[in-house]
Design a protein around this ligand. Structure first.
Ligand SMILES: Cc1cc2nc3c(=O)[nH]c(=O)nc-3n(C[C@H](O)[C@H](O)[C@H](O)COP(=O)(O)OP(=O)(O)OC[C@H]3O[C@@H](n4cnc5c(N)ncnc54)[C@H](O)[C@@H]3O)c2cc1C
Length: 382
């Protein structure tokens, strides 16, 4: 199923807005650090509000709209991956607070996130616990009135400059996934430090060091020792949208390939007259559309399930399949577009340079492709 007329309008409007209002703010900004001008513009124009419910300043009667999230992410990624990442992180970093925070905590942070004034981050990965997240050991020690967090998180998007962090920490040693609690941590907390990390893409990311950071009881998200559920609910929602990000990049690469194959002259005519080239472009289009449909399907399954009040195993399955197929597809499509461009596609500053650098990470984060296959297989053999 494709998009409704209203959904298509949202997609088209978002692309135009990105081109005219956001992309210029991203261009030339320092790579790898939060771009507050972009986030603020996303807030001012009501773009972030499309991710959230009316109760905190968003537009929806429901708590979330996975399909809107995917439409926005694809549309922005087609124009600017930096802008796309800024929007995605407003959602990923704050969704656990919205979903599981006490009312006062939600009220303190979420309206600012929605307006693009507060930058959130989602802190799960550690140096010794990536795919095997249940092995995390950042310690949350019980003290009067709350907890003290000690340890290190790494590869955290928007760290170390975010205003608020969702942090997953170990409250019960030796209990694996059952001994993890989610916390909402003020970025200005005493004892919280960190450093930026440089990636091959322009992604803002860093390490966080916790030195006995005090977090009051009311900042526990959900229940003590039930933080893994908070994380998994968040990932069920965001994995299809990582797929949407990938589809946007694939579509951008396809657009460039069609344009180039139609204009580049070789062997007495445009490249597209070579059947091998025309067929390669056709395959890119088919793969991109198949990925898009899987992403939309997963988003609609999520929305229907959330409306019915429970996230079913079918949601997890659709979400993993969409993320796996779309991110692997985008890698192939971007690579094929570079091939069709010849040397130009590898020149610094060419739009394909950014796509080539950006397309790699989504196959690793929010569950590497191998982890998605494990989740899918577990569902099949259940
Ligand atoms: C750009 C970027 C942004 C990120 N943002 C965040 C963020 O905001 N918050 C956060 O918490 N983390 C974030 N991460 C971290 C990311 O979630 C981890 O990198 C990811 O979970 C993989 O962990 P790892 O890098 O430690 O790799 P490892 O866990 O060491 O895995 C390495 C490789 O081993 C293979 N492998 C692992 N497990 C299995 C398995 N079960 N079966 C088969 N093969 C397997 C896979 O090929 C995998 O890529 C980000 C990473 C990147 C690159």
């Amino acid at each position: 199923m494709g998009l409704s007329a209203a959904e298509q309008e949202l997609y088209d409007q978002t692309r135009v807005r990105c081109r005219e209002q956001f992309a210029g703010l991203a261009a030339g900004a320092p790579e790898g650090r939060i771009n507050r001008a972009v986030v603020s513009a996303l807030g001012r124009t009501g773009t972030i509000a499309r991710l959230f419910p009316a109760r905190i300043g968003g537009v929806h009667d429901t708590e979330v709209s996975a399909i809107d999230l995917c439409i926005l992410r694809e549309a922005l990624a087609r124009e600017s991956t930096e802008v796309e990442t800024a929007l995605a992180m407003q959602g990923l970093g704050s969704y656990p607070i919205l979903q599981s925070g006490r009312p006062a905590v939600v009220e303190r942070w979420m309206p600012g996130v929605c307006r693009g004034e507060v930058i959130p981050a989602f802190a799960m990965s550690e140096p010794d616990a990536g795919s095997d997240a249940a092995a995390m050991n950042l310690a949350a020690e019980r003290v009067p009135g709350g907890f003290r967090l000690t340890g290190t998180k790494t590869w955290i998007s928007n760290a170390p400059d975010a205003d608020v962090y969702t942090v997953f920490a170990r409250t019960t040693p030796g209990a694996g996934a059952r001994g993890v609690t989610a916390f909402c941590v003020d970025g200005a907390s005493a004892g919280l430090g960190g450093a930026p990390l440089e990636m091959i893409s322009a992604h803002p990311i860093g390490r966080l060091d916790f030195d006995a950071v005090f977090v009051p009881d009311e900042c526990v998200l959900g229940e003590v020792d039930a933080g893994f559920r908070v994380a998994m609910r968040t990932l069920d929602l965001f994995r299809p949208s990582v797929g949407a990000f990938a589809v946007g990049m694939a579509q951008a690469a396809l657009d460039l390939a069609v344009e180039h194959a139609g204009t580049r002259q070789a062997f007495g005519g445009p490249l597209r007259d070579l059947q091998a080239v025309a067929h390669a472009v056709a395959d890119m289009a088919v793969l991109t559309q198949a990925a898009r449909l899987m992403v939309h399907e997963a988003a609609r399954v999520y929305d229907a399930s959330a409306a019915a009040g429970s996230i079913t195993p079918a949601v997890t399955m659709a979400s993993s399949m969409a993320k796996l197929f779309a991110t692997e597809t985008a890698q192939r499509v971007v690579d094929a577009a570079v091939q069709l461009h010849g040397a130009r596609g590898l020149q610094r500053g060419h739009p394909l340079e950014a796509l080539y650098r950006d397309v790699r990470a989504p196959r690793i984060y929010e569950g590497a492709s191998e982890v998605q296959r494990t989740i899918i297989a577990r569902g099949l053999f259940r």
